[in-house]
Design a protein around this ligand. Structure first.
Ligand SMILES: Cc1cc2nc3c(=O)[nH]c(=O)nc-3n(C[C@H](O)[C@H](O)[C@H](O)COP(=O)(O)OP(=O)(O)OC[C@H]3O[C@@H](n4cnc5c(N)ncnc54)[C@H](O)[C@@H]3O)c2cc1C
Length: 468
């Protein structure tokens, strides 16, 4: 996806269509490891993180996002080349360009599913330990486990002997203060260490110890590494070209891994400026906690934080999947709750921008109230558009009545520009035109505004104006 700065440069999104039959048949295969197929281990995965035939076509109910399906490693390389061209194009057309990518285009989604499950189980285990220490219900960053008690609990549960957990903590220099918080805890699960492969943790329902991560075959290990290498190549090119690379958010069963891998890139590439942007979806019940935890990590480690804030594109599919398969709906119960969450997350980030030059946000929304809210809060907090810490993002052809005045008023505002063969881009754009219930009202509003302007010009006798 190429983002065009209004009055500035571009960034592309490429589109290529996969038939429904092909996508449905390939998805479960690409979401299950060979070891799981042999041992039936996939059945032990939590429901949310299992591949399901009925949801093989992940485009179901998704009208506002591009969906990729795994075909082969060669196809992933091709996607990477396209993303590289997007970065080059973005750099050639402006000095402050963005380019957007999707991780499901860069490797087998099975790895994202499994890694997501690991991260979620690990975080849940932290909450379980916090509850045992009488800290249930506290804000996530206020939960601080006493290291001594934690070690005892881990030993009692046979997860790790005291000596073992001591080694984890000293290896990562944790618990020095006598407490361990969620960030410390998360740092134990490093995609590059062997820890997650060896660890057994208790299943809350059955009380049995289960492996945190099922084994990958050598080939799958390689596929995972190739995906990480592709991300690396893209991040390096973006850094070289001075283009910000935005990683799109996807379905909730992939998203913990996508977000975590993006965060790993931010740690490495955002030392001097925000090159890598994550995406936070505010329709998720856990959105505020996610934003707070990621921002705190950037603060603690001193790198530049950048995120694109969206409401979320996969609501209907997420709801249907959760209901059919039988797990908690990850989405806020109403539109109003999602909007409340959006404004809460945004407010938290804007407050941080006021105090730190290292924080950046893209307000990716067509919602007029959200844009007005942002402008009001920026004014109240004294954040000037010229600081270029707050960006606005909208889709090409949508919400121009918001985009252009923002651009003219000096705000950095970008248009998402998809590109590809006409027969593939047009259906995509028409799906996007239907994307949400606010669209028709917004079109009416655009028509009203245009009509008002025509009348004003007629009355002023200046229907056709020449630009100076
Ligand atoms: C530049 C840009 C980049 C984007 N990138 C991504 C991305 O990476 N990942 C992604 O998932 N989406 C992405 N989107 C799409 C985005 O998440 C929204 O789907 C879309 O923008 C509509 O939301 P809105 O704020 O513009 O408009 P609105 O009309 O105000 O909001 C509609 C949205 O509200 C939420 N909603 C609607 N009804 C309910 C309900 N009953 N209960 C709970 N929530 C509800 C849904 O998220 C719905 O899409 C992007 C959008 C833009 C403009």
């Amino acid at each position: 996806m190429l983002l065009e700065r209004v009055g500035g440069g571009f960034a592309p999104c490429h589109l290529s269509r996969v038939s429904e039959a092909k996508s449905t048949s390939s998805a479960p295969g690409s979401c299950t490891s060979a070891a799981e197929k042999e041992t039936g281990g996939a059945e032990q995965r939590e429901k949310q993180y299992r591949a399901h035939q009925g949801f093989g076509d992940r485009r179901g109910g998704v009208i506002s996002a591009r969906t990729y399906f795994y075909a082969s490693e060669a196809k992933c390389d091709q996607h990477m080349e396209t993303f590289l061209s997007c970065i080059d194009a973005s750099s050639a057309s402006s000095q402050d360009g963005f380019s957007a990518i999707k991780l499901t285009a860069l490797g087998r989604p099975q790895f994202l599913l499994q890694f997501s499950e690991v991260l979620v189980k690990w975080r849940r285990f932290f909450h379980q330990m916090a509850a045992e220490q009488g800290q249930a219900g506290r804000a996530v960053l206020e939960m601080k486990l006493e290291a001594e008690k934690l070690q005892e609990a881990l030993a009692n549960l046979s997860v790790a002997t005291k000596a073992e957990s001591q080694r984890w903590f000293t290896g990562e220099e944790l618990g020095v203060s006598g407490t361990v918080d969620l960030l410390d805890w998360n740092s134990l699960i490093d995609s590059r260490t062997k820890l997650s492969k060896l660890l057994l943790i208790p299943n809350i329902q059955t009380g049995q110890l289960e492996p945190l991560l099922s084994r990958f075959t050598e080939e799958e290990d390689l596929q995972m590494k190739r995906m990480l290498q592709r991300m690396d190549v893209l991040a390096k090119r973006a850094t070289e070209k001075g283009v910000r690379l935005m990683v799109d958010a996807e379905q909730s069963y992939f998203q913990p891994a996508i977000s975590r891998l993006t965060l790993e890139m931010q740690r490495r590439f955002n030392r001097d400026r925000a090159i890598i942007f994550n995406t936070h979806q505010c329709y998720l019940k856990e959105a505020y906690d996610n934003v707070a935890v990621d921002l705190e990590l950037s603060r603690r480690e001193g790198w530049h934080f950048g995120t694109k804030l969206v409401r979320g594109a996969y609501m209907e599919q997420e709801r249907e999947r959760a209901a059919k398969i039988g797990y908690d709906d990850p989405i806020n119960p109403s539109y109003e709750k999602t909007s409340e969450m959006y404004h809460r997350c945004l407010d938290y980030i804007l407050e941080e921008i006021k105090h730190s030059p290292k924080v950046n946000v893209m307000v990716a929304s067509h919602n007029e109230d959200t844009v007005k809210f942002t402008l009001r809060r920026m004014m109240e907090l004294g954040i000037h558009p010229s600081e270029k810490k707050v960006y606005f993002g909208q889709l090409l052809g949508m919400c121009d009545q918001i985009t252009f005045p923002l651009g003219q008023a000096g705000f950095p505002v970008y248009k998402y520009v998809p590109y590809g063969p006409v027969d593939e881009v047009l259906p995509y754009l028409s799906r996007r035109a239907l994307e949400n219930r606010g669209f028709i009202q917004r079109t009416k509003r655009e028509r009203e505004l245009l009509w008002r302007e025509v009348k004003r010009r007629l009355l002023a006798g200046s229907l056709f104006r020449r630009s100076p």
